[in-house]
Design a protein around this ligand. Structure first.
Ligand code: NAD
Length: 471
């Protein structure tokens, strides 16, 4: 791993961003930020508490009426300024994500820095063009902002997860309090600087860094929050859903996944396997929509396993560390469990590939059966499970046989055949024969993978509520 020059990594703020300014937190407690490639502490940020969350929510409530009444084209102009700020500071964003997440510089630039600018651009367009007023017979229907949004985000795509909430919320006319993941707060602070420079009115966007069970929970529970938008684990999402339900407030949950890549017999096997392995190893396996289960017909199984083992071996030196020591231990624990339950290791394994840094070896398991832990639970590391199926209905049952339903892939001899099979999958997104990521397509889960959708028009409507006037 190349460590980025310090000059490019965003300088930490020892303050919270509330009501348009950097303010000291209520207590002097801090959270250390660790570079997962070196295990060194690179910064400290404030550990916000319930008092800080309360101040931020009050600032958001005060700013809400003015922002909600701002014409959509003016809101669009401010989001366009955020897009420009993200584009101008792309190198700094990439370096900061490399420093606190461990993403290799290439993926940090191509994905972590570039994708959020594209998403911000899409909402600058949507804010300017979305029909916020519609005629329905004798009614006029207004799409109005939901109000104050409490956004709680994870560390795996630190800036993308923030922008996928903040940009549509701003487009809708909502005010926001963000509580980012404790592992990646520097990227969130950099985003607050970009928002500030974009000239948003004070209080429309607020940032409280802090621990999940303290600041995150206080935000989810706050009476002044109208919608909680959460991305993270299913365990925490369930709690947040319960809190929001009890308070009758809106909630959006983007949770885990255990997505299947189904390779039907007519597919280009080598391409399907190579793209599938790349999909899992990318971001060191820390992608909620990763195709962590590969389903292969019994006649092609051995060939696919050999291809996957070769492909995974190439990632040995290229892959970054996982985000933290806890995550590394969790992933290694799953690899050990796979071995103990009888799966066959064909690449990687639980042992440490380097002396320093939270690295995990790119790992591929063959002879995985649907009931095994590694075929059911989200590992969130560079671990692929290859399962065998006998016929299409068997493949469908295995693909649909987990509690999750976030994403997936189908590979076949034709797009039509793959699409027909994809319609049978209980999941929110399916890539057909390697179809490209579309930042305007709705992203979100069936079953325990979540509630609601992000990105594009569907992501915008999450932050709107409707009022109809009859004439
Ligand atoms: P996590 O649930 O532990 O944390 C996510 C966020 O919630 C963090 O900001 C954390 O501080 C906060 N949090 C933790 N406890 C909380 C509480 N009691 N109340 C309020 N907030 C709390 O998850 P993580 O380890 O940061 O992220 C990994 C998980 O996120 C994986 O399971 C992954 O699949 C999921 N994820 C899903 C998506 C998606 O779009 N569906 C995207 C990324 C990650």
């Amino acid at each position: 791993m190349t460590t980025p020059p310090d000059a490019l990594v965003a300088a930490p703020h020892d303050a919270l961003y509330i009501a348009g300014e950097w303010r000291p937190a209520a207590t002097g407690d801090t959270i250390p930020v660790v570079d997962p490639a070196t295990e060194e502490v690179i910064a400290h940020v404030p550990a916000g508490t319930a008092a800080d969350v309360d101040a931020a929510v009050r600032a958001a409530r005060a700013a809400l009426p003015g922002w909600a009444a701002t014409p959509p084209e003016d809101r669009a102009a401010r989001i366009a300024a955020i897009r420009d700020g993200l584009t101008a500071r792309a190198d700094e964003i990439a370096a900061t994500v490399t420093a606190e997440l461990g993403a290799p510089p290439k993926i940090a630039a191509a994905v972590h820095a570039a994708l959020p600018a594209r998403v911000a651009a899409s909402y600058a367009d949507l804010a300017a063009t979305y029909p916020f007023v519609e005629k329905v017979g004798n009614s006029t229907v207004y799409a109005e902002p939901v109000g104050v949004v409490g956004a709680i985000t994870p560390w795996n795509y630190p800036l993308h997860q923030i922008v996928a909430k903040a940009a549509p919320a701003l487009a809708a006319g909502c005010a926001i309090v963000l509580k980012p993941a404790e592992d990646t707060p520097l990227t969130a602070q950099l985003f607050a600087e970009v928002v500030h420079d974009a000239g948003l009115p004070p209080g429309v966007f607020n940032l409280v860094t802090g621990l999940g069970p303290v600041a995150g929970q206080a935000l989810a529970e706050h009476d002044g929050v109208d919608l909680v938008s959460f991305t993270g684990s299913t365990a925490v999402g369930r709690r947040i859903g319960a809190v929001a339900g009890a308070a009758v407030k809106r909630v959006a949950l983007e949770l885990g996944g255990k997505s299947a890549s189904v390779i039907l017999p007519g597919a280009d096997l080598a391409r399907a396997v190579n793209v599938g392995v790349a999909n899992v190893m990318s971001n060191s396996g820390q992608t909620c929509s990763a195709w962590t289960r590969m389903l292969v017909h019994t006649d092609q199984y051995d060939e696919a396993v050999a291809l996957a083992a070769t492909a995974a071996a190439k990632y040995g030196e290229r892959i970054g560390p996982v985000v933290s020591a806890a995550q590394r231990d969790r992933v290694r624990g799953y690899i050990e469990r796979g071995v103990a339950e009888g799966a066959r290791l064909v690449a990687g394994g639980p042992d440490a590939p380097r002396e320093r840094g939270y690295y995990v070896r790119p790992t591929v398991f063959a002879d995985v059966t649907p009931d095994m832990t590694i075929a059911q639970e989200e590992i969130f590391g560079p671990v692929l499970s290859i399962l065998r199926y006998e016929d299409e209905s068997d493949a469908e049952a295995i693909a649909n046989g987990t509690e999750y339903g976030l994403a997936g892939a189908v590979w076949a001899g034709s797009d039509e055949e793959a699409a027909a099979f994809a319609r049978r999958l209980h999941t929110g997104q399916v890539d057909i024969n390697g179809g490209a990521f579309n930042p305007l397509a709705p992203f979100g889960g069936y079953k325990r993978s979540g509630v609601g959708r992000e990105l594009g028009t569907h992501g915008l409507t999450e932050y709107l509520q409707t009022k109809s006037l009859q004439f």
